[in-house]
Design a protein. Sequence first.
Length: 503
Amino acid sequence: MKKRLLSLGLATVMALSLTACGSGGDNADSKKDGGSESNSNVPTIDKLNGNDYKDLKADIKILTNRTDIVDDVYAGYADQFMDIYPNIKVTYEAITDYEESLTLRLTTGDWGDICFIPSTVDKSEMDDYFIPLGDYATLDSIYNFVTEKTFNDTVYGIPNGGTAGGIAYNRKVWEEAGIIKKNDKGEWEGLPTTPDEFLDDLKQIKEKTSVEAPLYTNFAAGWPMGAWNDYVGIASNGDPDYKNNKLLHQKDPFTKNEEMTGPYAVYYILYNAVANKLVEKDPLSSDWESSKRKINNGEVGSMVLGSWCIEQFRGAGDHADDIGYMPFPITIKGVQKMSSGGNYAYAINKESSTDNQIASMLYVKWLLEESTIFVDEGSIPARKDQELPDSLADIAHIERLSDNAPLKGEESLYDDIRTNAEVLSGDYPVSECLQAALYGEKTLDEVMDDWNKKWTKAQEEFEVEISDGTDATDTDGAGTTDSENNTGSDDADTKADTDTKAE
C-alpha cells in the first residue's frame, strides 16, 4: 500500500491530514492512550462482556462505503445500539471514493474509530493501523471468513458477513427467452453450467427479448469489473487451495485448457460476450445506479457480481421476485461449486483512545451477533452458527467453498504477486480484457499471454518456486465449506492440513 500512497501525492496526503475528522475526542490524547497489541485494557472480541461497559462514555465514528443506506439503515443500527449503551454516541460517515480516500486517511491516524479495511492494505500492514480483535484459532471457531484479515495468527478484521460468487439474473427475462422454467418443486431449471452454454443463452436472450443488454458489465463504474477476478479460484476449478497457494506457484496460469476450466475460462466469457455485442451498447457510458433499476425491471438480463447485490437489485424497483442468482457457469467433472468469501471487514483504529476502542469493539460485536444486518443485506452471516437468509435460497443446494489459508511464510504473497504483475488486482486488467474485445485490439489469447508474462516476471521478482503441474483442477471437491470456513490457520500446521485436500 505504501508504494501506492506515494503515487497519489504528498500534497493530497497533507490536505487530508488537515481536513480529516477526529474520532470523537482529542487526537493527541488518542495517540497517547492509543491501542496496540500491548494495550491489555481492550479485551478481544470473544472476551468482551457488554454488561461490564453499560456506563462507558465514548463518541465513535464509523467510515463506510454504503452511501445509499447510511442515513437510514445504518443510522437505524446506531440508534438501536445507543438504546442499549446510551452513553456511547455512534455516527457514520459515508465516503463515495472509499478505497482511494481511506487509503490516504489511514496514514494520518485521525480518521475515525471503525472502518472497512480497504483492499489497498496488505496483510503485513494491518498492525500498522488496526488493533487485534483476537487470535485466529479462537475467532475462526466463531466467525466465518476471518482468515482473510489474519496475519501471524492475529485477526485484525472480521468481515461484515459474506458473499457467494455467482451471477445475478432476471428470471422473467431468461424465462421469456425460453431458457429456464420451474420444475414441480418450484426450482428453476435450465441454467447454464459451462462458458459456451452461458454465451449461447445470452445470444438467445438478445434474439428473443427486447432487453438492452443480456449481460451488463458496468464498465464505466470500474469497480464492478474487479468482480471477475473473484472467480479464478473455486468457481473456475473447484479447488480451495488454488487461489492462495497453487496459483502463486503455477506456470502460466492464464493458459487455456481442454476442459475450459480455470482462469482462462473466466475471461473467455467476458471477452466473447463483449466481442459478440451481448453487453450494453456503450460500456463506456454504463451507469451503476441505473443498472440496478434496469435488471429489476427486465431491461438487463444478468450481471456478474457477488451475492451481496441481490438485495440491492430487489430493492431497486417493483419486481423483486424476478431477481435470481446462479452459480458461475463453469463445471468441474460434472459439478458446479461456488466460492464464498467475506465482505469488507470491520477494523478498529489503533490510534483511537482506549475508551473509543472498547466502544468500537462493543459496536462491532453487536453488529455481527445481534443486529439484522445480514438479513437486511442478504449476506452469509458472520457467525458460523447462524442460517442463510431467505434471499440466498437459490444457491442453498450448491456447495459453497472458501479459499484455504496461505502457507506459513506466504501470507502476503498473493497480494505481492498480483500487485507487482498488475493482474488480478482491481478492475484495470479486467477492463483491459474488455477493451481488447470491444475494439478488436487483441485476441483473448494475446491478452492472456501478456498476463502470463507479467505473472512470470512477478514470480521471478519474489523468487517463487514454480510447480511442474499445469492444471490445478480439483478432482473430488474436498475443501472447507463457508460454514466451516478455513479451519486451517496461518501457522505451520496449515501445510499439513492443506496437503490433505484434493486438488
